[in-house]
Design a protein around this ligand. Structure first.
Ligand SMILES: *[C@@H]1O[C@H](CO)[C@@H](O)[C@H](O)[C@H]1NC(C)=O
Ligand SMILES: *[C@@H]1O[C@H](CO)[C@@H](O)[C@H](O)[C@H]1NC(C)=O
Ligand SMILES: *[C@@H]1O[C@H](CO)[C@@H](O)[C@H](O)[C@H]1NC(C)=O
Ligand SMILES: *[C@@H]1O[C@H](CO)[C@@H](O)[C@H](O)[C@H]1NC(C)=O
Ligand SMILES: CC(=O)N[C@H]1CO[C@H](CO)[C@@H](O)[C@@H]1O
Length: 383
């Protein structure tokens, strides 16, 4: 008798436990955590197309106007506003905005905040949605995620949105598809334009602070460069301080430049945007290297520095505020490479063997050079 009542009690306990597990499972799986925690407003954010096979990726699709930064109408009060080009007016209206809803995220890219120290080199590549072919080539060549000389290389592309209506929807879908396959896109819902590149940079730093703070080094650059990431790892490993916990910022150093005041030029920055006639020293934005430490210092400084439209100049401003300086890197040629004469082959891999980064190339050219460099019988005696 005693044995069977004991069994009964055990069965009852097991049943209650099972019911609890089922309820917990239901809460966790059926109602995603962010909706669950504020399900009073559960219509606010609807998760559609959430991809359950790849939990680290999150896809969010619907946002309310309240999620968006509103334009600053007083910006139109600055003198001469109406005669400024439209993109500069836009810049002034939205200059204060530093938060936009995220459409695609890869929060586990670095294995979580604490494992992020295992990422030696994080490739951070600005890429507008239309540049599908560039992203595809980079994934197959220099930006391949891999263990290189014993350390990890990881990759993220940074994107905003392009166009409106169906065009915007289609391009968002393209990025969603790419991200499902490759897990490498950070996508925010802001207009991906030249004058929003600093915004993109700040959004990335916010993401890094949250998800990848301890990555050792970063290559921050564009999607139209050739980067010899094998050499890059070698160079970074050979630094005296190769932990990423000290200041490092190097690239194609630009000194003594100031804003272009000619409205016909792409880089035109009127006095309404920047009064001062000088820029601090900075490195060309096609690609520069920095330590994780310096990236986080820049992020801290950025809270206190008004956004300026040219993203690489803005990095210089943040460094200056921190009392740090950028340095010149011989192997980084963001203003291109001078190949001796037209008679030689500009895509001869031998020219790129000793370099770290060169601007700028078409996708097929990147493919040719990368493969040339990895030919087992590469012979550069002719150079
Ligand atoms: C623009 O400036 C005028 C005069 O200073 C002021 O009356 C008006 O409120 C301002 N407009 C906005 C939208 O701030
Ligand atoms: C809006 O623009 C005005 C004029 O440039 C500026 O004084 C003000 O600080 C801006 N407001 C915000 C929130 O940035
Ligand atoms: C983004 O740019 C498009 C034009 O490409 C424009 O119609 C739209 O209003 C812009 N969106 C915002 C929020 O400024
Ligand atoms: C930057 O993005 C915001 C949000 O989409 C947009 O309203 C603004 O016009 C953009 N700025 C520029 C200079 O394109
Ligand atoms: C734009 C801005 O807020 N700048 C401030 C940053 O911090 C320094 C020193 O703390 C201030 O002097 C600036 O005004």
């Amino acid at each position: 008798m005693r044995r069977s009542s004991c069994l009964c009690a055990l069965t009852a306990v097991l049943m209650i436990y099972t019911v609890c597990l089922v309820i917990r499972f239901f809460i966790k799986e059926v109602i995603p955590p962010d909706e669950f925690s504020d399900n009073v407003q559960k219509n606010k954010r609807e998760s559609t197309n959430r991809n359950r096979d790849q939990e680290p990726t999150t896809e969010r699709a619907v946002f309310l106007t309240a999620d968006y930064c509103q334009r600053n109408e007083s910006a139109a009060n600055v003198s001469g506003f109406s005669s400024l080009p439209g993109h500069i007016q836009d810049f002034l209206f939205y200059r204060h905005c530093r938060h936009f809803p995220m459409l695609l995220d890869v929060p586990n890219k670095c294995g979580g905040l604490h494992k992020s120290a295992e990422v030696f080199l994080l490739l951070v590549i600005k890429s507008s949605p239309l540049n599908y072919d560039r992203r595809e080539i980079l994934r197959k060549t220099w930006a391949k995620e891999r263990l290189q000389n014993g350390v990890w290389i990881r990759r993220v592309f940074l994107s905003g949105t392009t166009g409106t209506g169906f065009e915007k929807e289609n391009l968002n879908k393209l990025l969603r598809l790419e991200n499902r396959e490759h897990n490498d896109i950070l996508h925010w819902d802001f207009n991906d334009t030249f004058f929003n590149l600093t915004l993109k940079q700040i959004l990335f730093l916010q993401w890094m602070d949250k998800n990848c703070r301890q990555a050792r080094f970063l290559l921050n650059g564009d999607d139209d460069v050739f980067a010899n990431t094998d050499n890059m790892v070698h160079f970074l490993q050979s630094l005296k301080n190769n932990n990423g916990d000290q200041h490092h910022f190097s690239g194609y150093l630009i000194n003594n430049l100031g804003p272009v005041r000619d409205p016909k030029i792409k880089y035109y920055v009127p006095v309404q945007v920047q009064e001062s006639d000088t820029f601090p020293p900075y490195c060309g934005g096609g690609g520069f290297l920095l330590s994780g430490y310096t990236a986080m210092v820049i992020y801290q400084m950025s809270h206190n520095i008004t956004i300026s439209p040219i993203d690489d100049v803005y990095m210089g401003m943040c460094l200056k505020q921190a009392g740090l300086v950028p340095e010149s890197h011989f192997g980084i040629r963001t203003w291109g490479l001078e190949v001796p004469s037209k008679k030689v082959n500009a895509y001869d891999p031998c020219y790129y063997r000793e370099l770290v980064l060169v601007h700028k190339f078409l996708p097929h050219q990147i493919y040719i050079i990368w493969h040339g460099l990895h030919e087992p019988d590469l012979n550069c005696d002719h150079i």
